[in-house]
Design a protein around this ligand. Structure first.
Ligand code: ADP
Length: 255
């Protein structure tokens, strides 16, 4: 599958004296789809927030595309990364959260166009064209002029995905994107992710409690427990015939 696009090397993270991650080692290939499962509080969100540079590891390193997230080279020396280094790395990564965080005073088209124009300094015309294309991809091509308040939760979450896709990420992070939705709206959101996964190009990391979904789309499932990757492997191995007792007990809550 080629050189990994993401590498976590012996990553530890503490908040105060709470040790949340205890030695994460993880390589992700450029088109790999990874599902991250585990009990609440096990550190799943922290793992992906660190990739988005929203949290810094206490120790260990994270590389994206061969670039250390928190260090950069200057005059042949490794120095702390500055904001422009971080911004460049973040440009390869799209993230969709549990809560959609759309701008309420902008139409959904404007929501999608904002980052390409203001962050990537793209022309308004080309940002608009690609935003429309991405809104069509998530099935909202006929809603471009509506405001977030006029949409259902599932539709808002699909806008959040289009908004991330407009930036042409190489890696997409999904953090429990269906857990704030009414049950009848979950399917439409998972369907969009499923389609993206089928296209196959991007690496995807999904934190999810939807085990059937994880089984369908993931190349690899990681079971995180108390800050350690306790089991990992193909979905059949992890979700259908798990060896670890703790994993069995975790999975039994979903059947
Ligand atoms: P999960 O996504 O598996 O539910 P999280 O990564 O959200 O787990 O959280 C893991 C642990 O880290 C929890 O105990 C949580 O309270 C703690 N935690 C997460 N973020 C912070 C923070 N910013 N400050 C203090 N504690 C935090």
């Amino acid at each position: 599958m080629g050189e990994p696009i993401v590498k976590y090397k012996n990553v530890y993270k503490s908040f105060g004296d709470v040790n949340v991650l205890k030695g994460i080692n993880l390589n992700i290939s450029p088109s790999e789809k990874v599902a991250l499962i585990g009990p609440s509080g096990s550190g799943k969100t922290t793992i992906i927030r660190m990739l988005m540079t929203l949290e810094q590891p206490t120790s260990g390193t994270i590389e994206v595309n061969g670039h250390n997230l928190w260090k950069m080279e200057r005059n042949g020396k490794q120095v702390d990364a500055n904001e422009s280094h971080l911004r460049k790395i973040r440009g390869d990564i799209g993230m969709v959260f549990q809560h959609f965080n759309l701008f309420p005073h902008m139409t959904i088209l404007e929501n999608c166009m904002a980052a390409p124009i203001h962050v990537q300094k793209e022309s308004k015309e080309s940002a608009k064209q690609r935003s429309i294309e991405m809104l069509e991809k998530v099935g909202l091509g006929d809603k471009t002029d509506l405001y977030p308040s006029q949409l259902s939760g599932g539709q808002k979450q699909r806008v959040a995905m289009a908004r991330a896709l407009v930036m042409r990420p190489k890696i997409m992070l999904f953090d429990e994107v269906t857990s704030a939705l009414d049950p009848e709206l979950v399917g439409e959101v998972l369907e969009v992710i499923r389609d993206l996964a089928k296209e196959g190009e991007m690496a995807m990391i999904l934190v999810t409690h939807e085990m059937d979904f994880a089984r369908d789309i993931a190349d690899r499932v990681l079971f995180l427990n108390e800050g350690v990757i306790e089991a990992e492997g193909p979905p059949e191995e992890i979700l259908i015939n798990p060896e670890s007792e703790r994993l069995q007990s975790f999975l039994s809550r979903f059947t």
